[in-house]
Every structure is written in structure tokens, then in C-alpha cells.
Design a protein. Sequence first.
Length: 134
Amino acid sequence: MIVVDINILAYMTFATAQSSVVSLVHQRNPVWEAPLLWKSEFLNVLALYYRKGLIDYDESLVALGFAQRLIGPREHAVPSEEIMQAVVRSTCTAYHCEFVVLAEKLGTKLITYDRKLIREFPTTAITPDDFLGQ
């Protein structure tokens, strides 16, 4: 079980330079967890791709379905007070802190490419490459 952020979900869903590494992460540990917020953030990625003409409506629905299957029932409500505690001890957004707090609550790692998260939460947030090297 690992927590993944939106970039990891997007790289697993769409072909990018990072997709092969993210796919290896999924092969190593296919039990992906996320805060309830993940879906809204992923929909924003789909909206951006749609508006840039990178995907059409039908492709956005396929991508959403794929991402929903990746997370499945492993969506979690994260206590607001704990999110604010993480905000206070960092300069990260509350959105980002939600992923960190979930990983901490589950006793696992947050897999991310976000350098700020990795720098500010080094015991929780790690890159896919670091995860694979463990």
C-alpha cells in the first residue's frame, strides 16, 4: 500500500516520459491509496488536457474510469485538523498536505515527483525512483 499524488495518477493514465517508471511502481505495489480530493484534482487534469485539445470528451471519460479503477475503494477522508497541522509545519498547500497526512496516517510513503513535498516531508514523500530503489 502506498499513497500516490495526482501527477503519479496522470503519468500512469497518459503516456509521458515518466510513465514507464510509474508503471514499475504499480507493478511493485498496485495498492494505491488517495484522499477523497484526488478525484477533483484529477478532473482538473482532464479539463486542462481537454481544453488544450490533447484529449476529447470520450477519452477523458476513459481516463477517468482508468484512474478510478487504480484507486478503487481506497479513497480516504483526511481529518482537517491534521491537514492544518501539516500546513503549519510546511509551506505546502493544504491540497498537497492532504496526501502527506494520509500517507502518515496509513504508515506508508507518498509517491510523488513534487520536489517541494519531498524537501519538506522527507520521511514521508519520495520519488518513484527512490521507491523502486528501496
